[in-house]
Ligand binder design. Structure first.
Ligand code: KDG
Length: 346
């Protein structure tokens, strides 16, 4: 067994723990009555209802309520009404909320290994990302969650991130210099943008529009569906197709809640999260194409970034990714890259 797998497995192989289906689900304390009980599941996300993530959550609700004969009810909350990613994740750990689906990036303070998905220019396509997330690497990272009072049921899609700003088009590595860019609260993003000569400012997703509107930052970076759904075009004239990072969403369940469920109820949750996840990934990719056309129509000045310039950017941030590969585990990073290479050969 590879070192990084051993380290991750030992971290979670608690006595009597049954690791099911690669999602790290623990042995069911299970409801003594078994079967399906009347339950209410509070599910919150930071994005809007019209975003593919919001649509995916609606699909999850529909599936859980159908599969449980209406006994398990899902209450959806959008646009960070229950708080930002970190606050909602803490609410799950405290048993105050049952489901949230954040980007992996804000979790890196808790589970450092998730930072490998913040390395710039690792993936060229969504399929390459899926091969890592749905394969050994993604499954082993899910097994890290129970020790943090969380259960992970799989990965949905935030997607490839592109840069918007109010100053000028970003066509070359040089063009980042001096730009004040909002980043997620994530050390890899912070260090990478600093290395490119930008001036990064970490903040929660819910604060981004106000910061852009008030010009406390010049720009931000997010997938096209988020740029459109959050109406960043209203305050950001320039969109540069950097595709610099692919960010996953991770479907999180409160372990306190999960351990009360019967095996049947856990299967309903897991199957619904995975079925809704496939639906959400497909919808996200369709919406990204449509969003680009809509953002152009809304007047954003869109520029492509050449492969040569992306290679230059990758070279500039290499000392950052080398530093964090050591911190997160070189074996883990090597395994991710070998999965990517395999996907590229398909
Ligand atoms: O809850 C929304 C966030 O998880 C997601 O949009 C994170 O990409 C993100 C950002 O920029 O904060």
């Amino acid at each position: 067994m590879k070192n990084w797998v051993k380290k991750l497995a030992i971290g979670v192989a608690l006595p009597g723990m049954l690791i099911l289906g690669g999602c790290g689900a623990t042995k069911t304390g299970g409801s003594e009555k078994g079967g399906i009980q009347e339950r209410t599941i509070k599910a919150g996300i930071g994005l809007n209802e019209d975003h593919p993530e919001g649509q995916g959550l609606k699909k999850f609700k529909e599936l859980v309520e159908k599969k449980s004969g209406g006994k398990m009810k899902v209450q959806n909350f959008y646009s960070a009404t229950l708080g930002d990613d970190q606050k909602m994740t803490e609410a799950l750990q405290g048993g105050l909320q049952e489901v949230t689906i954040p980007s992996t990036s804000p979790l890196v303070g808790m589970i450092k290994e998730y930072g490998i998905f913040d390395f710039p220019f690792v993936f060229n396509t969504e399929e390459e990302a899926y091969s890592v997330l749905d394969g050994k690497v993604g499954k082993e990272l899910l097994k890290k969650l129970p020790e943090h009072k969380l259960i992970g049921l799989g990965y949905w899609e935030n997607g490839f991130r592109n840069l918007t700003n109010s100053k000028h088009p970003v066509k070359t590595a040089e063009d980042f210099k001096g730009l004040k860019i909002r980043t997620m609260q994530n050390e890899v993003h912070l260090d990478a943008f600093k290395k490119l000569g930008a001036n990064p400012s970490p903040m929660a997703f819910s604060e981004v529009f106000t910061a852009l509107e008030g010009k406390t930052v010049d720009g931000q970076e997010n997938p096209l569906a988020t740029i459109k759904s959050s109406k960043y075009n209203e305050v950001q004239p320039y969109l540069s197709m950097t595709k610099h990072v692919y960010t996953p969403f991770v479907f999180l369940v409160s372990k306190q809640f999960w351990d009360k469920l019967s095996k049947e109820e856990q299967k309903i949750m897991r199957d619904s999260a995975q079925e809704a996840g496939k639906y959400q990934r497909d919808l996200n990719r369709k919406e990204n194409e449509k969003a680009l056309e809509d953002l152009k129509k809304a007047g954003m000045k869109v520029n492509e970034v050449s492969d040569a310039e992306k290679e230059k950017m990758k070279e500039i941030v290499k000392p950052v990714t080398d530093k964090y590969a050591k911190k997160f585990g070189q074996d883990l990073v090597d395994e991710m890259m070998s999965e990517v290479e395999k996907a590229r050969k398909k």
